[in-house]
Design a protein around this ligand. Sequence first.
Ligand code: FES
Length: 564
Amino acid sequence: MKRGLRSRLTQYGDEEFALFLRRGFLKGAGYTDEALDRPIVGILSTASDFNPCHGTAARLAEKVATGVRLAGGLPFIFPTISIHEAFSFPTSMLLRNLMAMDAEETMRALPMDSAVLIGGCDKTIPAELMGAISADMPSIVLPVGPMLAGKHEGARLGACTDCRRLWAEFRAGTLDQAGLDRAHDQLMPTSGTCMVMGTATTMATLAETLGFTLPGAATAPAVSSERMRIAEATGTRAVAMAKAGGPRPSELVTAASLRNASMVLQAISGSTNGVVHLAAIAGRAGIRYDLDELDRIGRETPVLLNLKPAGAHFAEDFHAGGGVPALWRRMQNHLDLDARTVLGETLGAVVGRWPEYVDDEIIRPLNRPVVEGEAIAVLKGSLAPDGAVIKLSAATPELCQHDGKAMVFDSLDDLEQRIDDPALEVTPQSVLVLRNAGPIGAPGMPEAGALPIPKKLGKQGLKDMVRISDARMSGTAFGTVVLHVAPEAAAGGPLALVQTGDLISLDARGRRIDLKVDSSELGRRREQWKAPAKPPRGYARLYADHVTQAGEGCDFDFLQQQRG
Ligand code: FES
C-alpha cells in the first residue's frame, strides 16, 4: 500500500508525474525533500469564528503538529465544516451528515496515513467518527475539552443547564432582567464545550470508551495545560498509527465496544442525543444499534456520575475525580475490557495502569448511585410503534406514569406563536405534543423536544409537564420529555394523527406510550392526512429524501454499512 505523499495520487494517467507535481507544489510551499518523505498525519481542524466552543482548536492543532514532528511525522492541518449548536440554522443536526461526508471524502482524497480529529461541540465528534469509520482511516479523536464552570453570586453555573434554568425563571417572572444579565457573563466563562453532561461531554466520553482517544482526553478542561500536553501526545501517537497502519476504526467499533458505550451512556446519564449518534456510528460500521439492548442495559446500570443535569457537579470535577478510566474501573465487572483503543491495547490495560484515586462523590460506587433507577429508557406503543426515548434521570418521577389530554402544536412555528397565548387551554395535567419536528419534518430534528412550559402555567410555579415530540432534546435539559417518536409525523407516524383533546397515556415503568383513540377514528384521520412538502432543492432536499429515523441514527441511508 502506498504511503505518505505517494498515497491517493491525483489521476493524470501518469503516477510519477502526479507525484512530481505534488512534490513540486509542496517544495514551492517551503518543504524539504526530507520532510516530504515522512509519514503524513492529517489534522482536521474545526477552528472557526462561528464556533466559540472550539476557540482553542487552532492552538490544539499546532500542539498536535508539534507532537507529529517530534515523532518524525509530517503534519498537515486542514479545515472541515465546524458546527456549533447555537450558530446553525435551523439546527446543527441537519449539518452533521454533511460534516461526516466532508470528513470522509477528504480522508479518502488527501494523502495522509492517519488522522487526528479535533472536535467537541455536540455534532462534531459524531460526524468525524462517522466519516473516519466509513473511510476506515487510522484516526485518533482529540476533544477540545470542556469549559471551566462559572462562578456567580456564591454558586457555580454551567452551560447550558443553568442557561435553561435561569431562562425558565426569567419567563416565569421570578428572575428580573438585571439578574439574568449578571448571570449571563458567567454562564460560559471560558472556551471549550458545555461543562455539564450535555451532548459534547457525552460524546467525548463515548469516544474515549470506544477507544478513539488517549486516556483522560475526554475530560481535561479546554483551557488547561494538560489539554495541550494531551494534544502533543495525540500527535505523537498518530505517527505510530500512521507507521503501523492502525488500529483502524473497523478494529475499534465492534458489537462489544458499542455495548460498552451504551453502558457508559447509561452510567453517566448521558444525553439522549448519544443514542442517535451511537446508532449512526454503529450503522457506519455495519452494525445495527439495538434500542432494546440499550433499554435492558439501562435497567441494569446505575447512574454513577454526579454531573449536572442529573447530579450536581461539572466536567472539570469528573476529570479531577478520576476521569473516564476511573469510571471504567468502577464498572469493570460489566464492561468488556478486551475492547481495544487507539493505543493498540485494551481498555483493561488502560485501567490497569490508571491512577487508583477516585472521588467517590463524583464517580459513585455501584451501591450508591446518583439517582434511583435508570437514565435512558426506550418506550414503545401505539403512539411510537418504532420507539421513542425518555431520559428518566431528568424527569419528574410522579409524571412518569401519567394520562393527560393532548395539546398539539403542528410545527415549531405553531409552537412559537401559541405557547404563551393566555387563552391556550392547558392545565398542569395536559400533555404538550410537538410534531413535524423530526428528521424529515423540521428538517434535521432540532433540539426542541423540551417544549417551554406555557407562561401562564410557569407563572403559577409549574416546572414540568409531560411533553412528547419527534424532536430531540439537549443533553443539558431536564423534564418529563418523550423524544425521538418514530416513525415521525412527517413520515406518517401516528404522531401525525393526534388531535388536541385526545387522551395520551405515558407508562414509563411499563415502557409504553399510547394514544387512546380507537382505530376506526385513526383510520378516518389517516385518509385525510397529507405528507408535508419537502424542501425543493439542495442539501436540504437530499437530507429529506435520505435521512433515516432516530433509532437508525438519522444518517443517510446510502452512507450506512459502507466501509472504505
Ligand atoms: Fe458547544 Fe454546548 S454549545 S458544546
